[in-house]
Structure formats: structure tokens, C-alpha cells
Design a protein. Structure first.
Ligand code: ZN
Ligand code: ZN
Length: 373
């Protein structure tokens, strides 16, 4: 989809608050979100008056088509020196923001050098910024939400396909491959990240990589997967079980599911990421799993699988309509395994609407048995 001109307008309105006259955009996802350009190399310059894209000869035609709101600046060489004067024209003495979280030290040195080589009256001042574009990008428009919904739907299907192959003897790698094969054969551009399939004790590592190890009867299996459709990511976790879940698994699963459901129901626009996290953390602590919840509750998802806003104990990000976030509490016990349940949700009219439809386990849990034993 082409980037709406309103994104450019929204960034221009923000330049004052960022205390800059212009912004150099180098992060690929920000570059794409702002301009529509999907190529692998290019730099944007946005000021109140100008919108320029510098890219090399491989991408001139593509940039003209995709980034039609931007004036093309030919970058004959990879060296920043070769296009800095044209890209920064008219900004002598002005403050130009750079994306401090995305520019390497080497690139920063190259920009500084290229600016030093300009006429003194043409030299802008570089100002490192964090989160210049990310808070804008966190609010999804209708077209983005449509792409995300299609990615979520395909992720649900890929999970269902792989989960149907779950039986004692199938390996983690085989299950991960079934996810990948199904997703790529049914329209995914790629996976959002390397699929996680972690059986039994392996499931206590939140970011376990699939092994050539067979799932055994009586093991829980954490499956965390995502696909990319039209540039937008999905992210889904389900914990399944090979055979009949035992009492302890049922307890832990019930605690995580309760935390997940409560968080989805109670998270509201205006809350901080830390307040959202605390909802699930409190439920898990009351169930005796407080220490076992070792990561943040969730994160934004869009062009990148991890983006703003963050839902975690130390996040001051404020949740708002249009945010697409995951809600993914987990409980991990080294030597035993883990349970994580993750849905992707969109904030609408101040509340979360769950996009993920992959089924969860329906376990009957009796009263009175602790989870940690
Ligand atoms: Zn995930
Ligand atoms: Zn996630």
C-alpha cells in the first residue's frame, strides 16, 4: 500500500516538539512507513518545506513510483559525501534530527564528515533523537490494520496446521517446519521471526530455538510464530499438550490463561505499559507464579514484530486507540517447562479487541493445589 500523505503531515507537525527543523530518516521500517519506499537502501530528509529521498541507481525507478510525495536525490555512490549536499540543501545553520537508535557509530561519523566538507554556511547541526517516528507509527490506519488482520489470520491457520501434527515422536524442528511451509505456501512473504517450538523442559526458555528432539507423551509444547503479509507482522503463541495434561500443567496453564484474559479485559487507553503489565503480573503472583513470569507482558506489532508501544514493568509508553499490541504472559519453571499464551490485539474505543483466533486449551482445574509443586 502507498503511504498516506497524512503521515508526512503528522511528522511535520511533530518537528517543533522534537526541536528540529528537519529529520533524516534511516531506519528501514520508518523509511517505508513514511514514504512507501520498500527498497533496502535510502535516506529520507523531511523538513516543513522539503521531502526528499536519496537512493542509488538500482532504486530510482522504484522510489519514483512508491515514494511519489518525495523528491528524488540521486546518490551515485554509497558514500554519504556523494549526496549529502543535495539532500541537505537549504538547511545551513538549522537543526537536523538523526535517529540515534538506528544509526551506527560509523554512519554517524560519515554524516559528520560529509557535513564538515560542506560550505560553512550550508552546514546543518545534527541532533540525535530517540523515538521521533515510532510513536506515530504505533498508531495504525485502516489499511495497516487490514494487512495486520490478514497476517494474524494466516498465522492462526499455520498454527492450526502444525498443531494438528502434534503427537509423541514428532520433533520440534518438524513442527516449526510445518508452520513455515504452510505460511509460505499460503501467501506469507516470510516469517516475522524464527518459529519457536519448545517441548517439555525446553519450554522454560522463553526464546528457545527448535531442536531435532522428539516431543514425548505428557509434555507441554510452547509454539510461538508469526508471518508477514504486505510488510505487516503477526505474532501468536499457544501452549499445547501431547496427551492428557497433568495436574501441574493444568494449574500453570490456568494461571497464565487467567492473567492473559484479565489483562485483555482490563487494559484501557490512557494506561501506561507498566500499568498494563501489572494486571497480568498481579494475577500470576496471586497464583504463585510471580517469579516465573520473566518477561514483559507484550509489545507493539506492525512493520516490525517488536515495535512501540512496550508493555512491561518499566514502560512509560501510554496506550492509545490504533495501537496493535500483543498480550503474552508466561510462566517458566527451569527443569519443568513453561506456558505462554499470546494474542495480538488492537486498541479501539479505549479497549482491546483480540485479533487472534487460534484456539486455547480448555482445561478443567479443581481447587486447592499450588502451581509450583
Ligand atoms: Zn510471539
Ligand atoms: Zn510477542
Amino acid at each position: 500500500m502507498s503511504a498516506a500523505p497524512s503521515r508526512l503531515a503528522r511528522l511535520r507537525e511533530r518537528l517543533d516538539a522534537l526541536e528540529v527543523d528537519a529529520l533524516l530518516v534511516t531506519a528501514p521500517a520508518n523509511r517505508r512507513w513514511l514514504s512507501g519506499f520498500t527498497g533496502s537502501a535510502g535516506v529520507l530528509l523531511v523538513s516543513t518545506e522539503a521531502a526528499r529521498i536519496a537512493t542509488d541507481g538500482r532504486y530510482h525507478e522504484q522510489a519514483r513510483l512508491q515514494a511519489s510525495a518525495f523528491e528524488l536525490v540521486a546518490a551515485p555512490l554509497r558514500r554519504i559525501e556523494s549526496f549529502a549536499a543535495d539532500l541537505l540543501a537549504g538547511l545551513g545553520g538549522r537543526a537536523v534530527g538523526i535517529e540515534a537508535a538506528h544509526l551506527t557509530v560509523a554512519e554517524h561519523a560519515e554524516w559528520a564528515e560529509a557535513i564538515d566538507a560542506l560550505d560553512p554556511s550550508d552546514r546543518p547541526r545534527l541532533k540525535p533523537l530517540r523515538d521521533a517516528i515510532e510513536p506515530l507509527r504505533a498508531v495504525k490506519d485502516a489499511g495497516e490494520l487490514e494487512a495486520i488482520t490478514r497476517a494474524v489470520r494466516l498465522g492462526d491457520e499455520a498454527f492450526a496446521h502444525a498443531a494438528a501434527q502434534l503427537r509423541p515422536g514428532v520433533s520440534e524442528r518438524e513442527l516449526a517446519w510445518e508452520v513455515q511451509r504452510y505460511a509460505l505456501e499460503h501467501g506469507a512473504q516470510r516469517l516475522s521471526f524464527e518459529t519457536i517450538v519448545a517441548a517439555g523442559p525446553h519450554g522454560s526458555m522463553a526464546h528457545a530455538r527448535p531442536r531435532d528432539v522428539a516431543v514425548e507423551a505428557g509434555q507441554g509444547v510452547v509454539m510461538d510464530l508469526g508471518v508477514v503479509v504486505d510488510g505487516y507482522c503477526s505474532d501468536l503463541t499457544r501452549t499445547v499438550f501431547a496427551g492428557e495434561p497433568d495436574e501441574r500443567f493444568a494449574r500453570v496453564y490456568d494461571a497464565v490463561l487467567t492473567a492473559q484474559t484479565m489483562a485483555v479485559e482490563r487494559i484501557e487507553a490512557g494506561m501506561s505499559g507498566a500499568e498494563a503489565h501489572a494486571i497480568a503480573a498481579t494475577v500470576l503472583a496471586e497464583a504463585g507464579c510471580g517469579e516465573a513470569f520473566t518477561h514483559g507482558l507484550g509489545h507493539g506489532v506492525g512493520l516490525e514484530v517488536h515495535e512501540a508501544p512496550r508493555l512491561s514493568a518499566d514502560s512509560g509508553d501510554v496506550l492509545a486507540d490504533g495501537h496493535v499490541v500483543t498480550v503474552e504472559p508466561g510462566a517458566y519453571f527451569p527443569g519443568w517447562g513453561g506456558v505462554r499464551i499470546e494474542d495480538q490485539c488492537v486498541m479501539e474505543d479505549g479497549r482491546l479487541r483480540v485479533l487472534s483466533r487460534a484456539p486455547k486449551l480448555d482445561l478443567q482445574v479443581g481447587p486447592g493445589v499450588g502451581v509450583a509443586s
